[in-house]
Design a protein around this ligand. Structure first.
Ligand SMILES: [Cu+2]
Length: 497
């Protein structure tokens, strides 16, 4: 009951005292010097096969976490006290997920990135009341990829995910296996769930205590990687694959190694790229995933860090808009994320294939219509977070999308900050950003795309498996506080007559 009370307290948005700063956290963490905490690796859950279905038993539950030494933090998790297991499934399989809500408030579990019937999606219409079990079943027919799941409760997504309701879901397939990429879980195939958090002096998570938190979304000074502060991973193989999820509520990362070494991006949200893309920096917005291969030599000790985002030309320069942009730029300081420690005894590197897969694509000429999505942030009275002038309404359907027709969605960000735009049920390709082709690392399947302030991004996709005129899918900003405040809309996929 204590746990429940604390969860509510932080939900109230009452700022009691100054938050814990990063130096306070380091001081409290005296038994482990900075970046000496072994990286937590989530449990791997392969479910159980019954009658041809792969069954998972998942429980949303309260717990207590010890992120910072000698401090108990009330959290929520899935089959644990914070975050959930990595669910591992194979393309072609039928899944049956039994999700029990052991919390004292309603929640949902959304399968982010998956192509599935709308009633199985786990969005705000599939509410699981306290004490009840929700058991969606669907087939996995998309390629190998790193997907994830998280709470998607109307107006409560931000606070529920912030306290721990999220986890990864891996899809395997034969094509991936044949490429022989590093794939030993926790050994050379490592999940990294990046989340920033703010803490109160009593160790509880601090949520939404300022106007800044409401406008920019919830950010914090303390970086958790798989729930570990000051994380350190001891490398066991010279070539390591990192599956990185930006699981933060609002923070955008521009990831680089402190020695600015080159690494290879091999996958986007929806799966493998056509070929590995060499790079030194990888931008991941909330909701996005990126898989990279990185090589280390024996004895190396390298920090992964955030580097300020490359500056971009801005449409709005003056007044309130300009002030907000300057505030954001000032907030974007570099900071360390986690350390990689290469032992002396690493053996034999493996060959990296020059070609990976052929990601699904749709020729622009196939598109039968174009839809406009305008992302808007009003200032002051009468303002708010909207799409096409409207705030989210569970009773309103914004688009009716015909099954099997190729569509272009044109996303226009007419606000002073960047927003990661996410569409449920589908993977898409980015056609262009301000009429220029996307970078090589974005030329693969995506379900979330960062749209910078003043930018116009066009994406192309086709909804081709499930029609249901009554059950909507969501599209929204993946800054969870923006989504909760109304920057979300709904569409249904309808059968062709
Ligand atoms: Cu947003």
């Amino acid at each position: 009951m204590l746990t429940r009370r604390k969860f509510l307290k932080s939900a109230g948005g009452i700022a009691l005292a100054a938050p814990l700063g990063i130096a306070d956290v380091a001081a409290a963490d005296e038994t482990s010097a900075w970046f000496r905490n072994p990286l937590g690796i989530p449990a791997l859950d392969e479910g159980r096969m019954v009658g041809g279905e792969r069954i998972f038993d998942l429980a949303l539950q309260y717990g207590t976490s010890h992120f910072i030494n000698n401090m108990a933090t009330p959290t929520v998790g899935i089959n644990g006290s914070y975050l959930g297991p990595v669910l591992r499934v194979k393309r072609g399989e039928d899944l049956h997920l039994k999700v029990t809500n052991r919390l004292s408030e309603p929640s949902t579990l959304h399968w982010h990135g998956l192509n599935l019937p709308a009633v199985m999606d786990g969005g705000p219409h599939q509410v699981i009341p306290p004490g009840r079990t929700w058991a969606p079943r669907f087939n996995i027919h998309q390629p190998a990829s790193t997907q994830w799941y998280h709470a998607h409760m109307y107006h409560r997504t931000g606070i529920q995910v912030y306290h721990g309701l999220a986890g990864l879901l891996y899809i395997d397939d034969d094509e991936l296996r044949d490429l022989q990429l590093p794939s030993e879980y926790g050994v050379d195939d490592i999940p990294l769930v990046l989340q920033d958090r703010a803490f109160n002096q009593d160790g509880s998570l601090r949520y939404m205590s300022s106007m800044h938190d409401r406008m920019m979304g919830m950010m914090g000074p303390v970086l958790l990687v798989n729930g570990t502060v000051f994380a350190n991973f001891k490398l066991q193989k010279p070539l390591t694959r990192l599956r990185i999820l930006n699981g933060s509520n609002a923070r955008i990362y521009n990831l680089e190694f402190e020695d600015r070494r080159e690494f290879l991006q091999i996958a986007t949200d929806g799966g493998l790229l056509a070929q590995p893309v060499p790079m030194r920096q990888l931008v991941l917005a909330p909701g996005e995933r990126g898989e990279i291969l990185v090589e280390f030599s024996p004895g190396e000790d390298v920090m992964l860090r955030h580097s300020p985002l490359p500056s971009r030309p801005r449409r709005h320069g003056a007044g309130m808009m300009g002030m907000m942009q300057n505030m954001m730029a000032m907030n974007d300081a570099p900071f360390p994320i986690m350390r990689f420690d290469a032992g002396q005894a690493m053996v034999a590197t493996r060959k990296i294939p020059a070609q990976l897969v052929t990601p699904r694509d749709w020729p622009e000429g196939e598109a039968v219509r174009s839809r406009r999505i305008n992302l808007e942030m009003g200032m002051g009275m009468g303002g708010g977070f909207r799409i096409n002038g409207k705030s989210m309404d569970l009773g309103r359907i914004d688009f009716r999308v015909p099954l099997g027709e190729t569509e272009i969605w044109e996303i226009d960000n007419d606000s002073p900050m960047a927003h990661p735009f996410h569409i449920h049920d589908t993977q898409f390709r980015i056609l262009d950003r301000d009429e220029k082709p996307p970078g090589a690392g974005e030329q693969g399947l995506k379900d979330t795309v960062l749209v910078y302030s003043g930018e116009k991004v066009r994406i192309i996709t086709r909804f081709e498996h499930y029609a249901d005129p009554r059950a909507p899918y969501m599209f929204h900003c993946h800054i969870l506080e923006h989504e909760d405040a109304g920057m979300m809309g709904q569409f249904v996929v309808v059968g062709q007559s």
